[in-house]
Design a protein around this ligand. Structure first.
Ligand code: COA
Length: 259
């Protein structure tokens, strides 16, 4: 079963996905990559899941692609591996539900790229981050050259990718790679609490906001704003919009249904 290296647990309407090859610092081999693709596709279809927390079992979030496996790859196999990795990152971005990366320990190489595909990153204070690919004679292949520069700026991304140096969680926070830092023992509970808070909002609004922010990011401002206008108007066809505004007027908490 490819999914053996990925663990999924439910916390009411949230799913906690743990990368689960702790003895290899959760390094991504082909089976693990396939497992993540399968699981994220299931979670997308599962209407009872409103948000997803992605984390790592054991000491690390993920130490990147499996170097033992990569070492044996032909040029063709490397292209297929990178393509599968990129498909996974797009699948996370197009999931239609919030996906939060909660980083424990190392997020290196493909592990960093996986985190970058999530909506945003929270981390334990002891976490560390790096794009060490050049030290192995390769470059990031799961979209990292693009997503890292979009998030932290081109020059900072070049510094991280050219040096391969590891940075601490607090440096990652300072450069805007990480949104929030938590004490190590509170990482899971605090990030779940944050995700629970996010998912108590209208799920349709969350889906549309995610879609428009991601799709609009790479196109011109005017076209992106047209898309925003249409998505804004679409909200007025939903029960959630009526509930949200009704609750405000009636001075009560809204009960969103995601419709
Ligand atoms: N691919 C395959 N195996 C990996 C791995 C990776 N990316 N990262 C760690 N492992 C394996 C090691 O080979 C080792 O296996 P072994 O016990 O069979 O020898 C095991 O995980 C423990 O790693 P080790 O290096 O002994 O632990 P450490 O605590 O000293 O260091 C890391 C942990 C993650 C900092 C270190 O393993 C590392 O730098 N990994 C490579 C990171 C990297 O370059 N990633 C980018 C890939 S593109």
């Amino acid at each position: 079963m490819p999914e053996k290296s990925v663990k999924v647990e439910r916390e009411a309407q949230l799913a906690v996905v743990s990368i689960n090859r702790p003895d290899q610092h959760n390094a991504i081999n082909a089976a693990l990559l396939q497992g993540l693709l399968t699981i994220f596709s299931r979670l997308k279809e599962d209407e009872t899941v409103h948000g997803i927390l992605l984390t790592g079992a054991g000491q690390s979030f993920c130490a990147g692609a499996d170097i033992h496996e990569m070492r044996q790859m032909s040029v063709g196999e490397a292209a297929v591996f990178a393509e599968s990795g990129q498909r996974l990152m797009f699948a996370i971005e197009r999931l239609g539900k919030p996906v939060l990366a909660a980083i424990n320990g190392h997020a290196l190489g493909g592990g960093l790229e996986l985190a970058l595909a999530c909506d945003f990153i929270v981390a334990a204070r002891s976490a560390s981050f790096a794009a060490p690919e050049v030290q192995l004679g390769i470059i990031p292949g799961f979209g990292g050259t693009q997503r890292l520069s979009r998030l932290v700026g081109k020059a900072k991304a070049k510094e991280l990718i050219f040096t391969g140096d590891r940075i601490s969680a607090s440096e990652a926070y300072q450069i805007g790679l990480v949104n929030r830092l938590y004490d190590d023992h509170e990482l899971q509970s605090s990030s779940l609490e944050l995700l629970r808070q996010i998912c108590s909002r209208g799920l349709v609004s969350l889906r549309l906001a995610k879609e428009i922010i991601d799709a609009g990011y790479d196109i011109d401002l005017a076209t992106a704003c047209f898309m925003e206008r249409d998505a804004f108007a679409l909200c007025f066809t939903t029960e959630d919009q009526k509930e949200g505004m009704g609750a405000f007027v009636e001075k009560r908490k809204p009960q969103f249904k995601g419709r």
